[in-house]
Design a protein around this ligand. Structure first.
Ligand code: HAM
Length: 425
């Protein structure tokens, strides 16, 4: 009996060649939108010191409490595979002295992240996320601009079924007062809450508002809303954010239940939902985090950002029937008959590739019929054929795969001829 095949870890996936088309397209759109808006790319390590996330994201959050891949390395340091990108970017901003650059600093990333979550549709243990972070500007225009950029991303991809859910969760001056109200409201009904919410009541009461349990949702309906309990600075800031996004064609809704699962948020928060799954599988999310730079040891600096899930974006494109034409770089198949021809074809293939012309061959196939079948399957525009006679004559047959026409050219002209023809196409 053969050995059992080793399988990928639960919650991970292979991004197969046929998936790459969507993956590359989405990456391209996201990065272009960011670059065109003046963001510059940053890459941070795949793992960080655990304390970065404990301090930055918050000890009592689901991510830090339940979902991190944390281990001791061989030197005994506590290491965590990055579960999100905002804290690492702020760490890099501080560590690389970006406070001394003209502010704000606008950065973007396209990276893989790791969370030990229960795998289900659209929820993986390793996933890709594109993120935007603007550090060093407190103006509400920047919040509005991040929301506008998020909205532009989906428009560029022709994703239609989305709405942006917006809220403000106040600051360190008004939120504690609101949390007191909220706890008072829930105090008499603790026995009606799910087990998780009973814990949240003590450790992270804001999260009571986004529990999806039916019993908890009934209580949420009457809960006091933070939007009515903002201090005047937060109220004014949020009012301006909404006024600015009202200037643009953005499909948004005010949603008092959006509280986000990270401790670093302050003020404006938002999630991008599709029309079917709502909060269940947000396509993206973001908000302001004015205290994070300070929390990570830097001088206080306001900041705002957004993260889009790449797999969920691709899944949404597929659900909305957005098709991409396969964009292969190979338009030529090189076919051979006989051993002398095989050598010539091997040279021809390399001459084409050296000239930057994509080409493929299958040297294990002897019959012309088999090779032409492969060429049609690959969808190339031309097949270049060298048989025994052509090998002897130093010529090549060009077969147009659409019309079926065949022409003969001297070998030494073929690269030039093909280069011209492909350019015209
Ligand atoms: P987040 O809401 O945790 O925010 O993640 C942002 C997006 O990443 C989600 O809306 C979702 O599309 C995708 N995502 C998250 N977890 C998974 C998963 N397990 N499987 C597949 N996709 C997932 C953040 O991470 C913040 N750092 C965003 C941010 C940037 N806020 C300010 N700047």
């Amino acid at each position: 009996m053969g050995k059992k095949i080793i399988q990928k870890p639960r919650g991970t996936k292979d991004i197969l060649p046929e998936d790459q088309r969507y993956f590359k397209y989405v990456q391209n759109v996201l990065e272009n939108v960011a670059e065109e808006a003046g963001f510059r790319k940053i890459e941070t390590p795949g793992f960080e010191d655990t304390s970065l996330f404990v301090r930055g994201v918050g000890k009592e959050t689901d991510i830090v409490g339940k979902e991190m891949y944390t281990f001791k390395d061989k030197s005994g340091n506590s290491i965590t595979l990055r579960p999100e990108g905002t804290a690492p970017v702020v760490r890099a901003y501080l560590e690389n002295g970006m406070q001394s650059l003209p502010q704000p600093v606008s950065l973007y990333y396209f990276s893989n992240f790791f969370r030990y979550e229960r795998p289900q549709a659209g929820r993986y243990r390793e996933f890709w996320q594109f993120g935007l972070e603007v550090i060093g500007d407190k103006n509400p225009l920047v919040d509005a601009n991040i929301i506008a950029t998020a909205s532009r991303i989906y428009k560029k991809m022709d994703i239609k079924d989305i709405s942006i859910q917006v809220n403000s969760i106040g600051c360190s001056s008004c939120r504690p007062k609101y949390i007191k109200f909220l706890k008072q409201y829930y105090a008499g009904s603790l026995n009606k809450l799910c087990a998780d919410c009973k814990k949240r009541y003590k450790t992270n009461p804001l999260r009571l508002l986004d529990c999806k349990n039916e019993k908890c949702m009934t209580l949420q309906a009457e809960a006091p809303q933070i939007i009515n309990n903002l201090c005047s600075a937060c109220h004014e800031h949020f009012k301006l954010v909404l006024e600015y996004i009202d200037e643009l064609d953005i499909n948004y809704e005010l949603n008092p239940k959006i509280v986000r699962g990270f401790d670093y948020y302050t003020g404006t928060v938002f999630e991008v939902w599709n029309g079917r799954d709502g909060a269940q599988n947000s396509l993206g999310a973001g908000g302001r985090y004015d205290d994070l730079v300070g929390l990570l040891g830097g001088p206080k600096a306001p900041a705002v950002g957004f993260g889009a899930g790449v797999e969920r974006t691709i899944e949404e494109m597929e659900k909305e029937g957005i098709e991409l034409v396969e964009d292969r770089n190979v338009n030529i198949f090189v076919a051979q008959l006989g051993s002398k021809a095989r050598k010539k074809c091997f040279k021809l293939l390399n001459d084409l590739l050296d000239a930057g012309i994509g080409a493929e061959a299958r040297f294990d196939k002897g019959g012309i019929g088999d090779q032409l079948k492969i060429a049609s399957k690959l969808g190339v525009e031309y097949t270049l054929l060298i048989g025994q006679r052509e090998a002897f004559d130093e010529t090549v047959i060009i077969k147009d795969m659409v019309s079926g026409n065949q022409e003969v050219f001297p070998y030494e002209k073929i690269v030039k001829v093909m280069s011209k023809r492909l350019k015209k196409d």
